[in-house]
Design a protein around this ligand. Structure first.
Ligand SMILES: *[C@@H]1O[C@H](CO)[C@@H](O)[C@H](O)[C@H]1NC(C)=O
Ligand SMILES: *[C@@H]1O[C@H](CO)[C@@H](O)[C@H](O)[C@H]1NC(C)=O
Length: 458
């Protein structure tokens, strides 16, 4: 299903495939073992005690007590069920090829993985479909510690519309009118809601668990809906799996992976890192992490995946049908250093979730240079000595908590780690603050501009 995200293909990544086989040999040479476990960003976790801030209490806090939710309140639009719950109820119609009813279960995480070779942690692993982000996000929002029923106090307004599940039903074999119907219905509903008026919807955001391309049909186009081109949506922010190069109002957030811990230390022993790396390293089922079930072409490594995990320093992430691929996140979960061939595969996408300095956690090899034969991937990777690779791998591992989506059903009591949702909400609130103050939604960033040459700018 991932392979058919965009029929009008942005970039063909196939040319890289023949090149990846020799690279495996290099990869196997670079045996890397990580230094001892650091405490995973323990300093940050103190700041988030959702249980203290549940809605009811927050509403009647005495004025004298400093409000921990100040400038962090989120108001959730109370949408009619046709925009969310009904899509789940009618899950049979969500995909012709995939049983989405399985995948929307468990708050959007999908079925639990149990027969995992007996080595994965007993909890936290799910057969998660990449298109269920909207459901996971909505359920995480229900646990958000700073919800408010007073829109005028809100830093941002969440629109729990399952945009991707909606359009996903109609991508193949439907008219544009059918594809757009619910999106147009939505913006009409929003415009007439009381919360819209204060900022013309510019404090509103929604989540689309697909690439922006699927919501950006131009006039005369034949793919996707035109949701993000509707005037109302242009005022809003859309969190998507891959933003378009022209960034209408769409911001990239991580693909959901198979891991959804409920706490930093899932289970009784060790940290999240232990559960991911060590336990995974001993499990055959880690093939799941590396290759996306049974899709060998995403795997790029010969032989047994357990060996791969321990020995592969680098995981190649050539663009597929679009710039990004979920496997980049799956690979990072396995502690593998991603190698990107286009800045659109990560650096211009996940600015809230990945370090600005991409050399700390990844390798960039310009795809064009590989294509015209001036650079060999193998040579590019051989430049890195074991210590450099170990440092990058360590950085990748430290990034894991911030790129996974916590189990949305987990009680928000006690000290929690900051997951991809928390990071997204922080970024979103900063963005909406800028917009409200009449500033650009994102800083004019030289660091980003340097990549402009890699995109066909309009
Ligand atoms: C978008 O925001 C602007 C500025 O607040 C506002 O004037 C305009 O009416 C909004 N558009 C819609 C469709 O509400
Ligand atoms: C190969 O591609 C790179 C990157 O686009 C370019 O700088 C270089 O000049 C090209 N070399 C040849 C021989 O085409």
């Amino acid at each position: 299903m991932a392979g058919v995200q965009a029929s009008a293909v942005l970039r063909a990544g196939r040319w890289l495939l023949p090149l990846t086989i020799p690279v495996c040999c290099v990869v196997w040479m670079l045996l890397v073992f990580s230094p001892p476990t650091p405490e995973l960003d323990a300093g940050h976790r103190q700041s988030f005690h959702p249980s203290d801030q549940r809605l009811a209490r927050a509403q009647k806090k005495p004025a004298a007590v400093a409000d921990r939710c100040a400038a962090r309140y989120i108001y959730v639009q109370d949408l009619p069920s046709r925009f969310n719950a009904d899509l789940l109820r009618d899950c049979r119609s969500l995909s012709e090829w995939t049983d989405m009813c399985r995948h929307v279960a468990n708050a959007g995480m999908g079925p639990r993985l149990t027969r995992t070779g007996g080595v994965l942690p007993p909890t936290g692993w799910y057969d998660t479909n990449q298109f269920t982000l909207e459901v996971i996000f909505h359920n995480r929002m229900r646990q958000y510690g700073c919800l408010t029923t007073d829109a005028s106090r809100a830093a941002a307004v969440y629109v729990p519309y399952y945009a991707g599940l909606d359009v996903g039903r109609h991508l193949w074999g439907f008219s544009n009118d059918v594809r757009d119907a619910l999106a147009e219905d939505l913006v009409g509903w929003l415009r007439s809601s009381p919360a819209w008026a204060a900022h013309g919807g510019r404090d509103h955001f929604l989540v689309g668990g697909r690439i922006a391309w699927d919501f950006q049909r131009e006039d005369g186009g034949e793919w996707g809906s035109h949701l993000l081109f509707l005037p109302e949506a242009r005022n809003m922010t859309a969190l998507v799996l891959e933003s378009g190069p022209w960034h209408v109002g769409d911001v990239g957030v991580p693909y959901p992976t198979y891991l959804h811990p409920s706490r930093a230390a899932e289970g009784s022993s060790g940290t999240l890192r232990d559960s991911v790396i060590d336990q995974c390293a001993r499990s055959r089922r880690c093939g799941l992490l590396q290759c996306g079930r049974g899709r060998r072409r995403d795997c790029y490594a010969p032989g047994n995946v357990m060996h791969h995990l321990k020995s592969a320093a680098f995981c190649l992430q050539p663009p597929g049908d679009s710039y990004t691929r979920r496997s980049a996140f799956d690979a990072m979960l396995a502690g593998c250093v991603p190698v990107f061939f286009h800045p659109g595969s990560a650096y211009t996408q996940y600015r809230w979730h990945l370090p600005a300095d991409h050399t700390r956690y990844s390798v960039f090899v310009p795809g064009d240079s590989v294509r015209n034969g001036t650079v060999r991937v193998e040579d590019a990777l051989r430049r890195f000595g074991p210590a450099e690779v170990a440092a990058m791998r360590e950085q990748v591992i430290q990034m894991i908590p911030g790129i996974v989506y916590r189990d949305p059903r987990a009680p928000s009591t006690g000290v929690q780690f900051r997951d991809a949702f928390d990071v997204a909400i922080d970024g979103l609130i900063r963005r909406v603050n800028s917009i409200k103050r009449g500033l650009p939604p994102r800083p004019d960033d030289d660091d980003l501009r340097r990549w402009d040459g890699y995109f066909d700018m309009r």
